[in-house]
Ligand binder design. Structure first.
Ligand SMILES: Nc1ncnc2c1ncn2[C@@H]1O[C@H](COP(=O)(O)OP(=O)(O)O)[C@@H](O)[C@H]1O
Ligand SMILES: [Mg+2]
Length: 311
């Protein structure tokens, strides 16, 4: 395994922010840390980057124990939430900044490397612009180029899109995924946004209260959540008690039908969502939600008695 977190633990006074975390990450893999605010994502990332010393446990990279190395001695770079660009520098100065401290680069080689990075993130025409004049998405790209120019073995990203509006977030996450595939860099991506994690990750690590709750591929986690917490956190889920059994069932896995299925209910509310309509169906004392695709929807009405089918 390329990057190993072994029994990684961080205690702050009386808070155990991260508790005995074990994760093995393959070279070139994109792994997301996903969980609610305060669950220990940033603390984990800081221990990997070297900005926080673990109370216990190890970080092993490419066979070498780096647990006690200073951040700048690790072949790892971090893109922080705020980008932390240098406002008094232009784009190429920001991107080239880290090379100043790498003696193996001549001035000319450094310039070429900067050009190559700017080309990669599509900012060649902005080389001499002041970074404060750029849009949020462009600043984000500068932050990436600045991190990647150092040729890190691992790139850490802490909620990199949280300052961007919804549309731009989607655009940037697609760009990141493409870039990551192209240069095959190992990446750990922190987010609290389930859709973001599902759409770009090779694997997702779900955290809660400082511990790992589940690790798996996006599809694994979505279709086979280990418990109610994971099921709720990663999408919407109905918890339906049928006799002794409790079913966890996604709204898109419920169909409405007029044929007798043995599960009868009454539509008490409906919400048109564009691609689908969410029907709120009362079954006995319980209410469940069913997302019916706009393509197949027969437009059931509020008050109507219907049968439901689990798919
Ligand atoms: N420097 C610190 N001192 C004390 N407590 C901290 C410190 N940093 C984080 N914590 C606590 O550790 C827990 C995890 O925080 P954090 O890793 O920032 O969570 P996340 O990034 O998932 O929102 C929280 O309860 C937070 O208050
Ligand atoms: Mg955080």
């Amino acid at each position: 395994m390329y990057l190993q977190l072994q029994n990684l633990t961080k205690q702050f006074d009386n808070i155990t922010a991260v508790n005995d975390m074990n994760v093995n990450i393959k070279k070139g893999e994109l792994v997301s840390l996903l969980g609610p605010s305060g669950c220990g994502k940033t603390t984990t990332l800081k221990m990997i980057g070297g900005f926080l010393k673990p109370t216990r446990g190890k970080v092993i990279l490419d066979g070498i124990d780096i647990t006690n190395l200073e951040p700048e001695k690790r072949p790892i770079t971090t893109v922080f939430q705020s980008y932390a660009l240098f406002p008094h520098m232009n784009v190429q100065e920001n991107v080239g900044y880290g090379l100043k401290y790498r003696k193996q680069y001549s001035k000319k080689a450094a310039r070429e490397k900067v050009d190559e990075m700017l080309d990669m993130v599509g900012l060649k025409d902005f080389a001499r612009q002041n970074v404060t004049k750029l849009s949020g998405g462009q600043q984000q790209r500068v932050a990436f180029a600045r991190a990647l120019i150092l040729n890190p073995k691992v790139l850490l990203l802490d909620e990199p899109f949280s300052n961007l509006d919804a549309k731009l977030r989607v655009k940037m996450r697609n760009e990141i995924k493409e870039l990551q595939k192209k240069i095959q860099i190992t990446m750990i991506f922190v987010t609290h946004d389930q859709e973001e994690a599902l759409s770009i990750s090779d694997r997702i690590v779900i955290m809660n209260d400082g511990v790992i709750v589940q690790i798996g591929s996006p599809k694994d986690i979505y279709t086979n959540p280990k418990n109610q917490f994971v099921a709720d956190f990663i999408g919407r889920v109905n918890t339906l008690k049928l006799g002794e059994k409790t079913l966890l069932i996604r709204p898109e896995n419920i169909a409405i039908t007029s044929e007798d299925t043995g599960h009868n209910g009454k539509i008490i509310q409906k919400q048109y969502m564009g691609p689908y309509t969410t029907y709120f169906i009362k079954i006995g004392e319980q209410t469940i939600q069913a997302d019916i695709s706009s393509i197949t929807d027969e437009a059931w009405e509020i008050g109507e008695s219907v049968n439901i089918k689990f798919m």
